[in-house]
Design a protein around this ligand. Structure first.
Ligand code: SF4
Length: 219
């Protein structure tokens, strides 16, 4: 599969903190700012090293996770599993304490989301995913060394495949699947949400296996 970085839209990598492009999400942001004035309540920026070789793409901020704390996957169950796994495979250092000031550092890795604003019930609409893709595209385009992209769930997978200018049929989503995409390798995983782990869709070992594979490939 060949792609060109010209497929990646050149745009700002981070939206304005009052980004109005998705009216439904902007309205939820305004409501949440009024209800929880001490929370972050803005589009959540990527976390980690722009020169990293590994990019992890999630779905969107959780209401009480990244939307509250301002750092991707920080403060909810999905972050407990993700950061523990990154620490285990050497893609993070320090101690994860579910706070943005816990001093945790990402090592040769970065975390972003397909959608930067918290959506109701963790379910962004297709139009919101399409609108926010410009920031995902710009994020990938401005990471000169990225080689491995872990895609957490079908929405992250599909939005990233589209950002790279590929056809979805050429890279179908499946847990554990690996797709070659030009200079990148895409690694699919079910999302590490509490729902997926509670229902047994994703076990800790299944999740660890994805990152073990990335570590083996990146060395
Ligand atoms: S989801 Fe993305 S495009 Fe939509 S309002 Fe938030 S930052 Fe803007």
């Amino acid at each position: 599969m060949t792609i060109s970085t010209s497929n990646l839209v050149s745009a700002a990598t981070r939206p304005d903190s009052n980004c109005p492009l998705c009216p439904r999400l902007a309205a939820l942001r305004a409501e949440t700012r009024a209800r929880q004035p001490d929370w972050f309540n803005s589009p959540v920026d990527s976390f980690g090293d722009p020169n990293a070789r590994l990019l992890i793409v999630g779905l969107a901020p959780g209401m009480q996770g990244a939307n509250r704390t301002g750092r991707p996957f920080t403060g909810d169950y999905a972050g407990d599993l993700l950061y523990a796994t990154l620490l285990e495979y050497g893609f993070a250092s320090g101690v994860y304490q579910a706070r943005p000031d816990d001093g945790l550092k990402l090592v040769d890795s970065r975390i972003s989301n397909a959608v930067r604003c918290v959506p109701p019930q963790n379910k962004p609409l297709p139009t919101e995913i399409n609108t926010c893709r410009q920031f995902l595209s710009a994020t990938i385009a401005t990471m000169p060394n990225v080689r491995a992209i872990v895609l957490l769930g079908r929405i992250a997978h599909e939005s990233t495949v589209k950002a790279l200018g590929l056809r979805l049929a050429a890279a179908p989503f499946a847990h554990g699947a690996v797709h070659k995409a030009g200079p990148y390798k895409l690694y699919d995983s079910y999302h590490c949400s509490r729902y997926n782990t509670n229902t047994g869709v994703l076990t800790t070992d299944m999740f660890r296996a994805v990152f073990a594979n990335v570590r083996k490939d990146l060395g």
